[in-house]
Write a protein that binds this ligand. Structure first.
Ligand code: M6R
Length: 366
C-alpha cells in the first residue's frame, strides 16, 4: 500500500523517522552508554579478539559500509577495509581466521555477490557478521551472527529507508565494539543520546521537502551532476550520485571533494551543477575552499549545510539545511535531502520512479 503517497519511494523516504526508531528500539542503554545487540551475544567473546574488519556490500549498502569504516576507525579503533561484493569474491583477500571478521551489509540478504563473500569468508574460517533487513534471508541465515535493521519492507528499487537504518545499526555496532575496547562511558552516552534524537531531526528535514522540490525543478534538465563531500560525507556524495542516476538516468558522479583538482574539475562549467555536502564539521573549511574552486569555473552549487550557517549562502546558489548532530551521524541527515532531490528530479522528468529501467530490486545473479 502506498498510503496516499504517489510512489513507494516517497512513502519510504517519509517512513525514515519510524524506520530509524525501529532499528534502535530496545538496543540502547543511554545512561550507561551501551548498546545491547542480542544478535551478537553468541559471538561477544570472539568479537573482543577481532583486530580487523572487512565490510562487504553492494550499491547503497556499500556506501553505508564506507560510513561504517569512518565510524569504526574513529570510535572503536579497529582497522577496516570496505569492499564491493563483486570485487571481494575474486580478489583473493588475505583473511586471518584469528584476527579478522567479515561484515556483510544487505537490505535483501539475497544479493549474490554479497552472499559469495559470506561463503568465501566462512571457507577461510573467518567470523561472519550480517547487517540485514529481510528476516530469515540467506545472508541472515548463513552468517555466524548479526543485527537486523528492522526498517520494514522496502518496495522501491531505490534504497532509502534501509540505508538510514543501516547507518543507525552501524552506530549501534560501533558503540558495542567501542565499549568492548577503549570507548569511555561518556562517549558511548554521547553517541547514544545523539542517535536517539535523530528520528525527530529527520522529520524536520522531511518537513522542508518543498525547498528541495523547488531546487529539483531548477536543475532537472542538467545532463551531468557532481556530488561532493569529505570524510563522513564522502560516502553520502557517492550515494547521492547513485540515487540520482538510478531513477533519473542523469549522469551523476560522486567524488571526495579533495579529488576535484585531480581531474574532475576539468568537467565543471555553468551547465554542470555540484551538490556539495558540507555540514559544519571538522572538514567544513576544506569543503568551502572546494566550493570556491567550482565557483571560479562558473559551476552552480547546491549546498547541504547545517542550520544557522549563513556564511554558506555567500558561496552557494541554493542551500538545504539539516540540523546539527554528532559528526559521525551527519550522514543519516545529509542523505535525506539527496533522496528527495533525486525523487523530485525523476518526477519532473516523468520516469517510473519505483521501477527504474534496467534494474531489479535484488540482484540474485552475478
Ligand atoms: O539488497 P542489497 O542491499 O544487498 O542490494 C544491494 C544493491 O543492489 C542496492 O543497494 C542497490 O544499489 C539499490 N538499488 C540502490 O538504490
Amino acid at each position: 500500500e502506498k498510503s496516499g503517497f504517489e510512489h513507494f519511494m516517497l512513502k519510504e523516504i517519509f517512513e525514515q523517522p519510524e524506520a530509524i526508531k525501529n532499528s534502535v528500539r530496545g538496543r540502547l542503554i543511554p545512561e550507561s552508554g551501551l548498546a545491547v545487540l542480542g544478535g551478537l551475544e553468541s559471538v561477544e567473546q570472539r568479537l573482543r579478539q577481532v583486530k580487523r574488519i572487512h565490510i562487504v556490500a553492494c550499491g547503497t549498502a556499500f556506501h553505508a559500509g564506507l560510513v561504517g569504516e569512518y565510524m569504526l576507525e574513529e570510535y572503536a579503533g579497529i582497522p577496516v577495509e570496505v569492499c564491493i561484493g563483486s570485487e571481494f569474491r575474486y580478489r583473493k583477500a588475505v583473511l586471518d581466521p584469528k584476527d579478522d571478521a567479515v561484515l556483510v551489509i544487505s537490505q535483501s540478504g539475497e544479493t549474490a555477490d554479497s552472499l559469495a563473500a559470506v561463503r568465501e569468508a566462512k571457507e577461510k574460517g573467518v567470523l561472519t557478521l550480517g547487517i540485514v533487513n529481510v528476516v530469515g534471508s540467506t545472508i541472515a541465515q548463513e552468517t555466524d551472527a548479526g543485527v537486523y535493521t528492522h526498517a520494514g519492507p522496502e518496495i522501491g528499487v531505490a534504497s532509502t529507508k534501509v540505508f538510514v537504518s543501516q547507518l543507525a545499526v552501524l552506530a549501534l555496532f560501533i558503540i558495542f565494539l567501542g565499549r568492548q575496547r577503549q570507548m569511555s562511558v561518556v562517549v558511548g552516552k554521547r553517541i547514544a543520546e545523539a542517535l536517539l534524537a535523530i528520528p525527530k531531526q529527520v522529520q524536520s528535514i522531511l518537513e522542508q521537502d518543498s525547498v528541495t522540490k523547488l531546487i529539483a525543478q531548477k536543475y532537472f534538465k542538467s545532463k551531468d551532476v557532481f556530488f561532493l563531500g569529505r570524510k563522513y560525507n564522502f560516502p553520502i556524495a557517492l550515494e547521492g550520485a547513485l540515487k540520482l542516476k538510478e531513477i533519473s538516468y542523469i549522469h551523476a558522479e560522486g567524488y571526495a571533494s579533495g579529488e576535484l583538482k585531480h581531474g574532475p574539475l576539468a568537467v565543471i562549467d555553468e551547465l554542470v551543477p555540484s551538490v556539495v555536502v558540507c555540514p559544519q564539521d571538522s572538514v567544513y573549511e576544506k569543503n568551502i575552499s572546494n566550493i570556491e574552486e567550482i565557483r571560479a569555473r562558473h559551476g552552480k552549487i547546491v549546498a547541504i549545510a547545517t542550520h544557522g550557517d549563513e556564511e554558506i549562502k555567500q558561496v552557494a546558489d541554493d542551500v538545504i539545511y539539516i540540523p546539527k548532530t554528532l559528526e559521525m551521524l551527519t550522514p543519516i541527515l545529509s542523505a535525506i535531502p539527496l533522496q528527495l532531490l533525486s525523487y523530485h528530479v525523476a518526477l519532473a522528468l516523468g520516469h517510473d520512479i519505483d521501477k527504474p529501467r534496467n534494474i531489479a530490486k535484488t540482484a540474485t545473479v552475478e
